[in-house]
Design a protein around this ligand. Structure first.
Ligand code: C5P
Length: 236
């Protein structure tokens, strides 16, 4: 099976504060996106990485990635993204050449995922699972609420049993046909916040493998502090 990784990196990252698109912010002096591309290319199973750039930034991203070349083993494509994450992933999938059987979808915002986690996801897909997600148990208890206008306290309507919940990370891994069908079938705006969610809507099985705490998503300013610390520890 030949495996490609699609990296949606077209988000603006408003929750991180003002500045460049999130994927282009520096981490240890190197753009977050370069870390994410390297994390995928670190797996010997990944022969192609498709980066989905901001719609008006594909040329800039291509130049940036050319400054940080990968080994000869891994090919790289850059395509322009879309309005939503789902749209961006769809554009990345459309760029896949024939001969790719398995696809990883990995957020540029998870730059530090270890290669062992990537390999575990790929192994589960190659063992026959149509969709695989890395995930971790939750530290926090989670409440479901009835949303209210801002300033009004929200009534709690339920507390799902924490031991049954998992916080899902990326890369998520898929049989190529399954993921294409999911993206072709599920319409935008139906509320799936990840790719496996689209596969679930098809009624196809999705399985969980252990995630890793270093695969956390860089979303808010505090996450950048943590990411810098993880990187410093690795380099020490
Ligand atoms: O916003 P969020 O953190 O959920 O974004 C997850 C990933 O999806 C990020 O890597 C972001 O760059 C990407 N994304 C995208 N196209 C969009 C919105 C988000 O590729 N229109």
């Amino acid at each position: 099976l030949r495996t490609a990784a699609v990296i949606p990196a077209a988000g603006r990252g408003v929750r991180l504060g003002p500045g460049a698109p999130k994927a282009l912010r520096a981490l240890g002096g190197i753009p977050m996106l370069v870390h994410a591309v390297r994390a995928m290319a670190a797996s010997r199973a990944v022969s192609l990485v498709v980066v989905v750039a901001p719609p008006d930034g594909a040329t800039e991203v291509r130049h940036l990635l050319d400054e940080h070349p990968l080994s000869d083993r891994t090919d790289l494509l850059v395509v322009p993204g879309g309005e939503t994450r789902q749209d961006s992933v769809r554009r990345g999938l459309a760029a896949l050449p024939d001969g790719i059987d398995a696809v990883l979808v990995h957020d540029a915002a998870r730059p530090l995922v270890p290669v062992d986690t990537v390999d575990a996801v790929i192994a589960a897909v190659r063992a026959g699972a149509p969709a695989v997600v890395p995930a971790l148990p939750l530290a926090d208890t989670v409440k479901q609420v009835e949303p209210q206008p801002q300033g009004t306290p929200e009534p709690v309507v339920g507390t799902p049993e924490r031991a049954l919940l998992r916080a899902v990370q990326t890369p998520q891994g898929f049989d190529r046909e399954t993921l294409l069908k999911a993206h072709d079938t599920v319409v935008e705006g139906e509320g799936a916040t990840d790719d496996a969610g689209l596969v679930e809507r098809l009624g196809q099985p999705v399985v969980v493998v252990p995630g890793h705490e270093e695969a956390f998503k860089v979303t808010r300013p505090l996450d950048l502090v943590l990411a810098e610390a993880v990187l410093a520890r690795r380099r020490a």
